[in-house]
Write a protein that binds this ligand. Structure first.
Ligand SMILES: Nc1nc2c(ncn2[C@@H]2O[C@H](COP(=O)(O)OP(=O)(O)OP(=O)(O)O)[C@@H](O)[C@H]2O)c(=O)[nH]1
Ligand SMILES: [Mg+2]
Length: 297
């Protein structure tokens, strides 16, 4: 017996890199709380999104996680540890696979971990907007062998099937308290959200190894007397050669990133923003524990 009149639960969103986990959390909470990009390994932190359904008396706390992959760096190892740690706390798992990519060893590894954990699993087959009916059928049949609790074809990008995912999760919530205010969509501090928005602008503009070598830190967010919010940030790269790329010819890259980020930041803070963005070299930050600590991983 419990005294709760409400239901709630923590739901980890897991899957291989690039399958659309962050796009899905944004679609579910209805706001952009996680950045997305065409490149794998975009998400580097667990990001909590909150979805309250007042009519049903329930609250879903979604946890977006970095894609699970074979780790090559200390950062990679920490990301995997982070994902498996979040599974331990989950009441339910939302396992995302890509309709356009045949099920591979990466998906199987995750599926086995999930089956062993005994946690209820809702599988979302994402990106069906670009898949043929045959592809969708084959993927569902193959994934069906795992015997998870529910299977939902979706398009996170086009917001198709999202309500069904929410229903399937809601049906599996146990009596429990609301952990967040009803109108909350995330518990991320502004500094982190701002840093991620700046990193996203870089990810869509730079190539080769630079996306992986890039970390953004927001040092200060300060409201000035004139009402303008001043955001002071640094984009860290790993090598001197990357610094030139991150700044661009005559500063064109840093200006373009800054302009685009400022637009999102102004929406986030609801006021004019002055963005002070610098680029610095921090040698091999992904490979040293000390630097990962400083950057907040
Ligand atoms: N066509 C299509 N593309 C999608 C869909 N969902 C996500 N994408 C695209 O897939 C790419 C990866 O999306 P993300 O949401 O960043 O993927 P992720 O799983 O969070 O990736 P990591 O954080 O790197 O693990 C982006 O270019 C998205 O726009 C979808 O339903 N349909
Ligand atoms: Mg992501």
């Amino acid at each position: 017996m419990t005294d709760f009149e409400t239901r709630s639960g923590f739901v980890s969103i897991v899957g291989r890199p690039n399958v659309g986990k962050s796009t899905l959390i944004n679609a579910m909470v209805g706001e952009k709380i996680a950045i997305t990009s065409r490149r794998p390994q975009t998400t580097r932190n667990t990001i909590r999104g909150v979805l309250t359904l007042p009519d049903r008396g329930s609250q879903i706390v979604l946890v977006d996680t970095p894609g699970i992959h074979k780790p090559k760096t200390v950062l990679g190892e920490r990301l995997n540890t982070l994902v498996y740690g979040s599974l331990a706390e989950a009441d339910c798992v939302l396992f995302v696979i890509d309709a356009l990519q045949p099920i591979g060893p990466g998906d199987r590894l995750i599926a086995e971990r999930l089956l062993a954990s005994g946690t209820p699993v809702v599988l979302a087959l994402n990106k069906v907007d670009r898949a043929s009916p045959e592809q969708i059928g084959e993927q569902l049949a193959a994934a069906g062998e795992w015997g998870f609790d529910a299977y939902v074809p979706i398009s996170a990008l086009k917001h198709d099937g999202i309500d069904i995912v929410i229903d399937e999760i809601d049906a599996r919530l146990a009596p429990g308290p609301f952990f967040f205010p009803e109108d909350a969509v995330t518990d991320q501090p502004d500094r982190l959200l701002a840093a991620e928005l700046i990193r996203e602008k870089y990810l869509s503009r730079v190539h080769d190894e630079l996306p992986h070598s890039l970390a953004v830190v927001v040092h200060e967010i300060e409201e000035q007397d004139n009402g303008v919010v001043r955001v002071t940030a640094t984009a860290y790269v790993e090598r001197e050669s990357q610094k030139g790329m991150a700044i661009g010819k005559g500063g064109v890259m840093v200006r373009d990133v800054g302009k685009s980020a400022r637009y999102d930041l102004e929406r986030l803070f609801g006021t004019k923003v002055f963005l002070d963005l610098n680029v610095k070299v921090e040698k091999d930050w992904q490979r040293t524990d000390e630097m990962l600590d400083r950057l907040g991983f």
